[in-house]
Ligand binder design. Structure first.
Ligand SMILES: Cc1cc2nc3c(=O)[nH]c(=O)nc-3n(C[C@H](O)[C@H](O)[C@H](O)COP(=O)(O)OP(=O)(O)OC[C@H]3O[C@@H](n4cnc5c(N)ncnc54)[C@H](O)[C@@H]3O)c2cc1C
Length: 384
């Protein structure tokens, strides 16, 4: 017997994972993606994503990271290539910083293996100028995911289970009624038993009634430097890293060749005085040019805390966050209709979770009920 017919709107990170999980549950899945599979206009550009258990956003996320970690590893084994590169993760900051304290607290309460060290020890172990009085926290489970291979592996496996994938197809509207239907730009109206909307930064435009006024799309810049040749080996041997300091939450990767040859650095959360003034952007019109003002804070950060990584910027890219007020995800059915589910609001930290989120959303679609692990991300919780 054929399973339910499900249309997934948006074949990016969460759409690929949800289609994969639905296909594994026997659903007849079609993915509709407006651009190509893996592209630069959404939230997955930039080639790599950190995976970490030191979850300052809340220890409640740790079981979900662990489930996703196992799924990424298993998917990589079946695909015959490493999707997850386990480098370990080092975070550093002053213990007066509440987010840094929360990262350490999450390690303690969720029993994440971690090693706390003083500034001098951290400076000896890593090419980071950790200031006197700060500490560093090393978690061996941290690492990074290779975006392109991850999304290709999900798509390949979903298609081998029967999923259909259409790219270059933009959904203009999701219509309810006797059967849910999606209206395409060319006027075609496609019916389904269920629709899952995983449109990333384009979600507020596509479904303005899902969380009205509560989702804010933010522009973020990723940049790569070309450090001095003498520094490359040390930088290549680094773990993934993040700093909680006066410059905000700044993070990066070991020197490498993933998409761009260079040392990748970016700012996740700017300092409060900058963040408070940050305006949301329209993904259809966002400024994708890179300006000196985008790179200056990253250069200043490297000069102070990671001078070995400093060098000419060889590449930079714009990427989009879709943020909820709490930065917790927003996963629920649309108001009043359990046939249409939405997974969005990943607030700049969703990639690592994708296969675990895909499983949970697939479960919600097939049963009509959000599994316990999704309750924290319900619309009502955000409204409260
Ligand atoms: C700079 C940056 C750094 C990040 N770093 C990390 C990190 O280190 N670790 C981590 O875990 N997470 C990280 N994230 C967050 C993570 O990448 C996102 O949370 C995740 O990619 C969101 O997935 P998504 O499916 O919602 O969006 P996307 O992957 O963008 O997918 C949405 C898809 O929907 C398509 N779409 C939209 N509208 C339509 C339509 N009308 N019709 C058809 N298709 C449509 C889009 O084209 C897109 O492909 C980062 C994000 C950014 C921007």
């Amino acid at each position: 017997m054929r399973g339910p017919k499900v249309i997934v709107v948006g074949g990016g990170t969460m759409g690929s994972a949800t289609a994969w999980a639905l296909a594994a549950r026997g659903a007849e899945v079609t993915v509709l993606e407006r651009f190509s599979h893996v592209h630069e206009y959404g939230s997955h550009s930039g080639y790599t994503r950190i995976i970490r258990e030191s979850y300052h956003e809340g220890a409640g996320y740790v079981p979900l990271v662990r489930r996703a970690d196992a799924l990424w590893q298993a998917l990589g084994e079946r695909a015959g290539e490493a999707l997850l590169v386990r480098t370990g993760m080092v975070e550093f900051g002053p213990e007066s910083d509440p987010d840094y304290r929360d990262a350490i607290a999450a390690c303690v309460s969720a029993e994440v293996e971690h090693e706390l060290m003083d500034a001098a020890t951290a400076r000896r172990r890593f090419p980071i100028a950790v200031p006197e009085g700060w500490t560093a926290c090393f978690t061996p489970s941290g690492g990074y995911l290779r975006v392109g291979p991850c999304l290709e592996a999900l798509k390949r496996e979903a298609m081998s289970l029967g999923a259909g994938w259409r790219t270059g197809v933009r959904v203009r509207e999701v219509a309810l009624g006797e059967r849910p239907r999606v209206l395409l730009d060319d006027g075609a109206l496609l019916p389904a038993d269920h629709v899952v909307v995983t449109a990333g930064a384009y979600l507020p435009g596509l479904l303005p009634g899902f969380m009205p006024g509560q989702l804010k799309v933010l522009r973020r810049v990723l940049a790569w430097t070309r450090p001095e040749p003498g520094e490359v080996d040390r930088l290549a041997a680094m773990p993934v890293w993040a700093s909680f300091g006066p410059g905000g939450f700044v993070y990066g990767f070991p020197y490498g060749h993933e998409g761009v040859t260079g040392f990748k650095v970016a700012c996740h959360v700017p300092p409060p005085e900058v963040g408070a003034a940050e305006a949301g952007v329209d993904p259809e019109r966002v400024d994708r040019a890179i300006h000196p003002a985008d790179l200056a804070p990253l250069d200043a950060f490297l000069a102070e805390y990671l001078p070995a990584g400093r060098g000419e910027f060889v590449h930079a890219a714009v990427c989009l966050y879709t943020c909820t007020p709490s930065t917790d995800f927003a996963i629920d059915h649309v108001p009043g209709d359990r046939r249409v589910w939405v997974a969005g609001g990943f607030s700049g930290h969703g990639f690592k979770f994708a296969p675990a989120i895909g499983e949970l959303v697939a479960e919600a679609v097939v049963t009509g009920e959000a599994p316990e692990a999704l309750r924290a991300f319900a619309r009502a919780r955000h409204a409260g």
